[in-house]
Every structure is written in structure tokens, then in C-alpha cells.
Design a binder for this molecule. Structure first.
Ligand code: HEM
Length: 152
């Protein structure tokens, strides 16, 4: 049994996914190529400055709504990371991906961005590509929690 507000929470979760995955796809496919072409890191920092205000809250919403939904779908929420059934494996993988995202973001914030110049631009670009790839995997795993696709 799920709660009556479940569809609203799921809607918030999917809205967060559009902001997080969509924003990073725009960053990877439009903003980063422009910055590399012009060898100008400010193209990325200007976008990030504007996007951050929406992107970080969206990721927090994902985490909170995701956990909330998971406690209905999992037989035992304290059993996370046991990989004992399909849903448990998919939700646990999402949490591992969240950890990877946070580590990449902290590394970019503390190590790459403070000394950002044309030379370190490529390093930042690789961070952005990695976070984007993880965001797309988040969406695919999210969809497959209820659909037998792509993991039957
Ligand atoms: C650690 C954080 C997260 C947890 C615990 C989590 C958990 C879940 C759960 C339990 C569902 C299944 C909902 C259902 O089918 O009723 C779901 C669906 C989904 N999630 Fe996440 N999620 C997290 C983060 C993310 C992120 C960051 C994204 C995308 C950037 C994302 C994208 C999706 C999508 C697209 C769905 C499919 C919704 C549907 O079935 O219509 N999730 N997530």
C-alpha cells in the first residue's frame, strides 16, 4: 500500500530529475563545448552560477522524495545495500550514484574551480561529463524500478 500523496511525491521526484539531468545535458552538450572552443572557463562558471540555485535544491528534492518512495517499495528499508531483490539493488545503486555525484561535485568545488584557468578547463569538462553520465544512469535506473527495462 502506498500513501495518497505518493503520485505528488513521484511528480516532484521526476520534476527534480528533469532539472538535474536536463541541466547537465545542456551544460555538457552546449556550454562546455563553447567554453572549450573559446578556451574561456568563465562560460562554464557563469552558467553554473545561474544553474546552481535550481540544480542543488533539485538534487536535495530527489534524495528526500527518493528515500520516501523507497520506504514504500522496499520490503525492509533497513535492508538497503543487501542487494537481496531487484528493487533493493536498483535503489541501492541510486544511492551509490548519489555518493559518486557528491564526491565529484566536492572535488570540482574544492580542487578544480578555485584555481580554474584555461589549463584546468579540460579537467572541469571531464567532471561535467562524468556527472552528466551519472545523471542519465539515474534516470534509466529510476524508470526501470517499475518497468522491466533495461534490467529485466
Ligand atoms: C539517492 C537518491 C534517489 C533515490 C533514493 C531514488 C529513488 C527512486 C525510487 C524509489 C523510484 C521509484 C518510484 C516509483 O516507481 O514509484 C524512483 C524513480 C525515478 N527516479 Fe529516482 N531516486 C533518487 C535520485 C534520482 C535522480 C538524481 C534522478 C535523476 C536525475 C532520478 C530519476 C528518477 C526517475 C526518472 C524515476 C522514474 C519515475 C517513474 O517511474 O515514473 N532519481 N527513484
Amino acid at each position: 500500500m502506498t500513501a495518497a500523496i505518493y503520485p505528488y511525491v513521484l511528480t516532484l521526484h521526476v520534476l527534480g530529475a528533469t532539472v538535474w539531468a536536463g541541466g547537465h545535458l545542456v551544460l555538457s552538450l552546449s556550454v562546455v563545448p563553447k567554453a572549450l572552443r573559446e578556451n574561456d572557463p568563465t562560460v562554464i562558471s557563469e552558467f553554473e552560477h545561474l544553474y546552481e540555485r535550481l540544480g542543488i535544491p533539485a538534487l536535495i528534492v530527489q534524495l528526500v522524495t527518493g528515500f520516501w518512495m523507497a520506504h514504500f517499495l522496499l520490503e525492509n528499508v533497513y535492508d538497503l545495500f543487501s542487494f537481496s531483490n531487484r528493487t533493493n539493488t536498483l535503489v541501492s545503486t541510486k544511492l551509490i550514484l548519489m555518493l559518486i555525484t557528491v564526491v565529484l561535485a566536492i572535488d570540482a568545488r574544492l580542487r578544480v574551480i578555485p584555481k580554474l584557468d584555461a589549463g584546468r578547463l579540460r579537467s572541469l569538462a571531464y567532471h561535467v561529463y562524468a556527472v552528466t553520465a551519472v545523471a542519465v544512469v539515474f534516470v534509466v535506473i529510476g524508470v526501470s524500478i517499475r518497468m522491466p527495462f533495461p534490467f529485466p
